[in-house]
Design a protein around this ligand. Structure first.
Ligand SMILES: [Fe+2]
Length: 164
């Protein structure tokens, strides 16, 4: 049976800042696939290459699949995933946003997903509260809209697309 390791919220950049390798004691022997399922780092368009290079010291990056989490978009653009894809591919990893991975009898559906903002049934109120309280709406921009700040409707649109 294939061995799949899923890591999420690694925030490798914080570890690097502290001079530590979060995977120093991890055992990758026999791992067929490492899925990095969101939030490898803030500012992914700058930092993914360093984080992936570090991970590549433990496992061949051809076995690594990655898609972004919300923090990966920080200081970047929601609609410039092509940059993240290019970095992943350039490092020899697979960018799997909205991809299906089938390994043996296991099927992994990969996407950021975001949220529908429908908790409690009031999208408008939830969106307004999210705008006030969540850094996502200060730290991510939308390039096609003249680099305006991310708004809740952008992420609910992506949510609908990722569900589809
Ligand atoms: Fe996170």
């Amino acid at each position: 049976m294939p061995k799949i390791l899923i890591l999420a919220d690694l925030h490798h950049d914080f570890w690097q800042e502290a001079g530590k390798d979060p995977l120093a004691n991890a055992d990758f022997s026999g791992v067929d696939l490492l899925l990095i399922a969101g939030d490898l780092s803030n500012k992914a368009h700058v930092r993914w290459k360093y984080a992936l290079a570090s991970i590549g010291q433990h496992i061949n990056l051809s076995k690594v699949c990655i898609f972004p989490g919300n923090h990966d978009y920080y200081d970047g653009r929601l609609d410039r995933e092509d940059k993240l894809e290019a970095i992943a591919q350039g490092m020899g990893a697979r960018f799997v946003q909205q991809h299906e991975i089938i390994l043996g009898r296991t099927r992994l559906l990969c996407c950021t997903l975001w949220t529908d903002m429908m908790l409690g049934g009031n999208r408008g109120r939830n969106g307004a509260e999210a705008m006030e309280r969540m850094n996502d709406f200060r730290c991510i921009r939308v390039e096609r809209e003249h680099y305006r700040k991310l708004r809740p409707h952008h992420t609910t649109d992506v949510h609908a697309r990722h569900l589809g």
